[in-house]
Write a protein that binds this ligand. Sequence first.
Ligand SMILES: *Cc1c(COP(=O)(O)O)cnc(C)c1O
Length: 368
Amino acid sequence: MEKNVKKIIAISEPSITQKEIDYVTDAVTSGWVSSLGKYINLFEEGFANYCGTKYAVSTSNGTTGLHLSLVALGITAQDEVIVPDLTFIATANAVKYIGAKVVVVDIDEDTLCMNPIALEAAITDRTKAIIPVHLYGHPADMIEINRIAEKYHLFVIEDAAEAHGAEINGRRVGSFGDLGVFSFYGNKIMTSGEGGMITTNDINLYERLKYLRDHAMSMEKRYWHTEIGYNYRMTNLQAALGLAQLERIDELTLKKREIFNWYYENLKDTPQVKLNFEKKNVKNAFWLPCIELLGYSEKNRDLLLVNLKEIGIDGRPYFYPISDMPMFEDVETKIAHLVSHRGISLPSHFNLDKNNVDFICSELKKLL
Ligand SMILES: *Cc1c(COP(=O)(O)O)cnc(C)c1O
């Protein structure tokens, strides 16, 4: 009857197996439903181990993880923090929560990550920290960014929300900056429902993050507080889900790579599109397939997304430049503006198979 009613192929869907169900069931039946319980420690230790850092502190989500990181580093309203212009809004909002100035810089056309030359040019006497973002799974140039940070004595917070398992020279992201921040939102590479994690090798930062996360309550004297803290804790329920996903992380990251390869095989000879890049000596986490429609205007890109949706294929536009949003200073970053308006991401959920991707690509090619 209604022949147009089709199941939409979603952009993302988590991969939930019996392991996730068992761990969450165990957590909820144990009665440890809030932020005490065995899964928190297991998840934190396991995640630090996975990233190759000494410590990890779980948070209620990635955004609170970014905010807490800035607080722990002592960033104040007098400071400037440099972020790439193309990123999810949370990267910049966390800086605003501090009251510090958000300074946006342009990105690299291939990796879509912060351009180190633009970064160095934006440094002032007030600059205190840099937040490179491993956008859509490709690591930012941490070697160069760390070199610049050292030269100017700046803190580095990696926003690794989209890049679990990504590597530079065999070393995992989250281990390059003073702090690394991950998200476990439902559409990320691994999920805990909502959730975040901060990785670090610095014991003082580790202790300070744990303290600030729990209302800055004195370790010696309960209900005694000497500064303003936060309730940014993860729950044991979230950690149970997160731990189950972490134990399957190799499977999850391999699937993301496999899905990207299916897109690549289908689209590599299509001249109108540019696909995700993977720099030499780097492992892209391929969070989402990134497809830039060369020569497309924003309007034509949006029309293509509408047409795909009608066929039952969900797509999403690239992020908009932070500097275009009314809360931030207007900056004409050339590359961020160029790619933002022509980029889309297509389905890469964990239950996708090759036939789905072949179908998506053949429909996309018809529309180009
Ligand atoms: C998802 C995301 C965040 C925020 O994480 P939440 O867990 O959703 O708060 C921050 N930065 C980037 C780049 C993200 O993609």
